[in-house]
Design a protein around this ligand. Structure first.
Ligand SMILES: NC(=O)c1ccc[n+]([C@@H]2O[C@H](COP(=O)([O-])OP(=O)(O)OC[C@H]3O[C@@H](n4cnc5c(N)ncnc54)[C@H](O)[C@@H]3O)[C@@H](O)[C@H]2O)c1
Ligand SMILES: [Zn+2]
Length: 332
């Protein structure tokens, strides 16, 4: 394969204003051409029409953009998913490099090679597995990220600790304040650690046949809560926080973990600026959305529950009444 001469930097409108010049100048100083392609920020733009416009802009760069060009995704998870799908499909697959700029993308979305856009009937329904050639993380990009978005990413770090890494929980508890301020050294340590956890799970099970399902901890309930509250009203990490609280309470009620661990998780989430309570939660709506969840197989709801510190398991035999109670407890 020839060396890269042309990079197409796909970036959302917020990140473009803050970081696109730094990225394109850095690529150019390495002797390559770099062109920024900007799309409007926000999950509501992670769809086929934005994909199509990005593809138009990319193909307009031919012949400079050929099979040897590289797509650079500069931004959060929305940008990574969109640009990754463009890379997966343009000219039957281009190499791509991910430069995540949100904590959520650093620790979660940039690992695993899943790319996708949303469809009106559901999130992430159109996409491909397409691994990036490299992921470049600069923690200083987080300096411009709003505090609520930092907390959003920390929810996934709590999840990683609970599914695979007891010591990670201590780290989050000890450094909560500095992590909320994205203190660079500690944040870099956290990201390196979390990427290793996700990479280990994903490489053991890239196509989600077995233990990758553990990454759904807090998500089956979280997605349903997110949808019932109204998409966009709470952030993904906030919904996952609520999902993890309900899962821990349910696990404690079934004797899978002690009530002390459930309480410890809740107090950590609160310290990290994440919700453990949702005013006016519509339990019936959450339940019916969960029934339609794509992860519910053969009419059974599959839930990932903690079974110890840093350990989870998948259950498909939890009585609906118990699930309802745990969800209802979030609104009380
Ligand atoms: N592919 C995967 O495995 C995977 C995993 C988890 C989540 N995701 C996807 O990721 C998306 C959520 O990602 P997200 O939370 O990063 O959302 P996002 O990309 O929308 O970013 C959140 C907000 O922060 C802004 N922003 C990004 N970086 C910034 C910075 N450095 N300074 C200031 N503002 C900045 C964005 O413009 C946006 O407004 C969802 O679409 C989800 O489906 C994918
Ligand atoms: Zn998530």
């Amino acid at each position: 394969m020839k060396s890269v001469r042309q990079a197409a930097v796909i970036v959302d409108s917020n990140v473009a204003a803050l970081h696109a010049a730094t990225a394109t100048e850095s690529i150019q100083s390495a002797g390559m051409a770099a062109t920024a392609i900007i799309f409007p920020a926000g999950e509501e733009h992670k769809n086929l029409s934005t994909y199509s416009r990005l593809m138009d802009s990319l193909l307009a760069l031919r012949p400079a953009v050929d099979r040897d060009a590289v797509v650079v995704a500069l931004g959060g998870g929305v940008c990574g998913d969109l640009a990754g799908f463009v890379a997966a499909t343009a000219l039957r697959g281009l190499r791509w490099v991910q430069c995540p700029t949100t904590l959520l993308a650093d620790v979660d979305a940039s690992v695993g090679g899943k790319t996708a856009v949303d469809h009106p009937v559901g999130k992430n329904l159109i996409g491909a597995f397409h691994q990036p050639s490299a992921v470049l993380i600069d923690v200083l990009a987080l300096r411009t990220l709003p505090a609520r978005q930092i907390s959003n990413g920390l929810a996934e770090c709590v999840k990683h600790a609970l599914i695979a890494d007891a010591a990670g929980l201590d780290f989050l508890e000890t450094h909560a304040g500095q992590l909320l301020e994205a203190q660079p050294d500690l944040t870099a340590r956290l990201i390196a650690h979390d990427v290793a956890i996700k990479a280990k799970v994903v490489s053991a099970d890239e196509r989600e046949a077995g233990i990758r399902a553990h990454l759904n901890f807090g998500h089956t309930l979280g997605h349903a809560i997110e949808a019932s509250v109204g998409l966009g009203r709470i952030l993904h990490g906030e919904a996952v926080s609520l999902g993890m609280v309900a899962a821990c309470r349910l696990a404690a009620q079934r004797g899978l973990i002690g009530a002390d661990l459930a309480a410890r998780v809740e107090s950590l989430l609160l310290r990290l600026g994440l919700p453990t309570h949702q005013e006016g939660l519509d339990v019936g709506a959450v339940e019916s959305i969960m029934q339609h969840d794509k992860k519910a197989r053969a009419g059974r709801l599959r839930l990932v529950l903690p079974v110890g510190l840093g350990r989870v398991d998948v259950f498909d035999d939890i009585p609906p009444q118990q699930v309802r109670q745990a969800v209802a407890s979030l609104g009380q």
